[in-house]
Design a protein. Structure first.
Length: 159
C-alpha cells in the first residue's frame, strides 16, 4: 500500500510538471492568415512619440469560438484589437513616449496587458526577427501559433 501511494504521488507530480512546462505551439493556424507585418512610426515632431504597429490581415472573419487576443514579437507582447474600418484586420500597437521610455517590465504580464497594452517579455518565446507568436483562445482553451513570415514595412514619411 505504501508503494502504491508513492507511485500515485510520483505520477501526479510528474504529470503536473510536464503539463506546466510545455506551452505547445500549434502547427496549423487557427484561421487563414493573409499576412502579418510590422511598421515603425514616429510623430514627426521633436516632442512627439514613436512606436511600432503590427498588423494581421485575415482571409476570412474569425469563427465564434476563436479569439485572437495578443501577439508576441521581438521582446514584447501586444494586445490585439480589431480595426474599426476593416473587420479582417487586427492591430497591435506599441508606443514609446519621447519624454520617457514607455515600455514597462512587469511581473505579471497578463494583468498589465489589460491596463497598458504593452508588456516586456524576456523569456516566454525565443523568436527570430521574422517570427511572431499569436496567442488565441479556442473554445475556452489558450493556444499559441508561431508565424514565421513576419516582415517590416517602410516607415511612413512625415514632413
Amino acid at each position: 500500500m505504501k508503494s502504491f501511494k508513492i507511485f500515485l504521488l510520483f505520477s501526479v507530480l510528474l504529470s503536473s510538471i510536464t503539463n506546466c512546462a510545455s506551452q505547445k505551439i500549434e502547427k496549423i493556424p487557427p484561421i487563414q492568415i493573409s499576412y502579418i507585418y510590422k511598421q515603425h512610426w514616429h510623430s514627426g515632431q521633436k516632442a512627439g512619440g514613436s512606436g511600432t504597429n503590427i498588423f494581421i490581415e485575415l482571409e476570412s472573419e474569425l469563427p465564434e469560438n476563436i479569439t485572437l487576443d495578443s501577439i508576441y514579437f521581438e521582446t514584447f507582447r501586444l494586445a490585439l484589437k480589431q480595426d474599426s474600418h476593416n473587420p479582417l484586420q487586427l492591430v497591435g500597437r506599441r508606443v514609446v513616449d519621447s519624454k520617457k521610455d514607455y515600455t514597462i517590465p512587469v511581473l505579471n504580464p497578463v494583468e498589465k496587458l489589460e491596463t497598458s497594452n504593452t508588456t516586456l517579455n524576456s523569456s516566454k518565446f525565443e523568436l527570430e526577427k521574422n517570427e511572431c507568436v499569436l496567442r488565441y483562445t479556442s473554445s475556452g482553451t489558450i493556444k499559441y501559433y508561431k508565424y514565421d513570415s513576419l516582415y517590416t514595412k517602410q516607415t511612413p514619411l512625415i514632413p
